[in-house]
Design a protein around this ligand. Structure first.
Ligand code: B12
Ligand code: SF4
Length: 410
């Protein structure tokens, strides 16, 4: 195998506002390095405010054979943002693709012929539309480690490339190849995180992933599309090993963020087992932990161990109104939310509720109902609310189907 120089660009402008470490890119970088390639991750929106100036210096410094474009966010998933840069009648959001296109156009102009391959969570939501919009021929849907390695080995043989699983590419028209099941590779997680991004993982929490997938059907959510509906769990011993290595090698890291779709799905067996092991190994004295949770399953024993292990939780709770929850096919109801809130309060768990107003089924009555419940459980020291007004509609979600069927009247 020929050693190639690979440049991975973290094309997330929102990093300037919220610093989240490019975890997916770092996993890929480490895999490719283990396979003998020379890989650099760069952030094109810094240090200069003009990304073209940064790109010139990045391209000169790295002189890559191939560029991987990491697209983590399409937008902020929020519909009413005061400072948003993209909007229309009644909505305003941050929309990042025009800025990503600017990067692509500049690379094409400055380094014509240099292959660019896209990937990332946001890319996986709408791969063909994004490839067309950016004017590039290839991308990876879902997990990027193995498909990117195979792309590097195959390039420029388009016939070979078009047969790689998970690849979306232009072949007469755009095609998306079947995705392969994900396999957590045992030796991939014990790596030194890219120090360029240490501010991110020392503040927003260092991401650790214990499983992939989500089997739920929340109408608006893209995560089952990104990670698949089937769960893939890591061995608990392996997760504990990773936490021990982080503890030894990353003195500045005090918070671990478990970046699962939801920590407590599909049931409490695996996640309770993991939390108990964390305590058995005394890792809760070294780190605090955070993750996203559903209001159900959530019981007293679980709340107790979360509290003891030092978890803070982000509670997915779209509305308090059962009629809205049901219409949007979530698996919990108001009673589950209030039960989780009560258990968090009794056990002193810090809880951020993440809500969406204006999903299908929302009326003035349901709005009033949610507001009443928010007043019953007001924000305080260990409870806060985050919300968006208006749900974003993404291709492939059941919300999208509903809107298309109702011709926008949903
Ligand atoms: C955990 C999480 C967070 C945590 C992160 C905590 C932390 N310390 O890391 C918090 C809560 C802070 C957060 C914040 C935000 N998030 Co978030 N987040 C997630 C979540 C659940 C997991 C992300 C993750 O780390 N996955 C694990 C890594 C390993 O996977 P990965 O990045 O996808 O990488 C793999 C593949 O995509 C691929 N790949 C990745 N890059 C590349 C590049 C190339 C070239 C190739 C070939 C392949 C490839 O290979 C990788 C390895 O297998 C995702 C949803 C999801 N299930 O993916 C949402 C998600 C990415 N977030 C989203 C959003 C909107 C945000 C915010 C904008 C929210 C807000 N309004 O503030 C911010 C953005 C912050 C930022 N600057 O990026 C959306 C993005 C969708 C969209 N519409 O754009 C998602 C999809 C959630 C959703 N339900 O819609 N987030
Ligand atoms: S909101 Fe949470 S539970 Fe629902 S589909 Fe998305 S990740 Fe799964």
């Amino acid at each position: 195998m020929e050693k190639k120089k690979i440049l991975l660009l973290y094309a997330d402008k929102y990093y300037l506002i919220k610093q989240v470490y490019p975890f997916g890119l770092d996993l890929i970088a480490n895999y490719l390095r283990q396979c003998g390639h020379d890989v650099t991750i760069e952030y094109p929106y810094l240090p200069d405010p003009d990304p073209e100036i940064n790109l010139v210096s990045i391209l000169e410094r790295t002189s890559p054979d191939i560029i991987g474009l990491g697209i983590r966010n399409l937008d902020t998933c929020m519909s009413c943002e005061e400072y948003g840069d993209y909007g229309g009648d009644g909505y305003k959001t941050f929309y990042f693709l025009p800025e990503v296109k600017r990067l692509v156009d500049f690379i094409k102009k400055h380094a014509p012929g240099l292959p660019i391959i896209a990937g990332g969570g946001a890319f996986t939501i709408s791969p063909v539309a994004i490839l067309k919009y950016l004017g590039i021929e290839c991308g990876v849907v879902g997990e990027g480690e193995e498909p990117l390695l195979r792309f590097i080995d195959a390039f420029p043989d388009t016939e070979k490339i078009s047969k790689i699983p998970n690849i979306a590419c232009l072949k007469d028209d755009y095609v998306i190849n079947t995705r392969q099941d994900y396999h957590f590779r045992g030796d991939l997680w014990a790596f030194e995180r890219d120090k360029k991004f240490s501010f991110a993982f020392e503040t927003a929490g260092l991401p650790v992933q214990v499983k992939r997938g989500c089997n739920q059907a929340c109408s608006y959510c893209v995560e089952p599309i990104i990670e698949g509906k089937k769960f893939f769990f890591r061995d608990i011993d392996q997760v504990i090993e990773e936490l021990k290595i982080i503890s030894e090698t990353h003195e500045g890291v005090n918070t671990i963020f478990f970046v699962d779709t939801e920590f407590n799905v599909p049931d409490l067996v695996y996640c309770s087992g993991l939390v108990r092991r964390i305590m058995k190994e005394d890792l809760h004295r070294r780190f605090s932990f955070s993750s996203q949770f559903l209001p159900k399953p959530f019981d007293n024993d679980f709340a107790k161990i979360l509290a003891e292990a030092g978890f803070s939780i982000i509670l997915t709770c779209d509305s308090f109104a059962d009629i809205v929850l049901e219409k949007n096919r979530v698996s919990y109801c108001q009673a589950d939310i209030t039960n989780a809130l009560r258990l968090c309060e009794e056990n002193g768990i810090s809880c951020t509720l993440s809500m969406i107003f204006g999903l299908p089924g929302e009326t003035y009555e349901t709005l009033n109902h949610s507001l009443e419940q928010m007043n019953r459980y007001p924000p305080r020291f260990l409870r806060r609310y985050e919300y968006t007004i208006g749900g974003r509609v993404y291709q492939g979600t059941s919300l999208c189907g509903l809107v298309e069927r109702d011709k926008g009247t949903a």
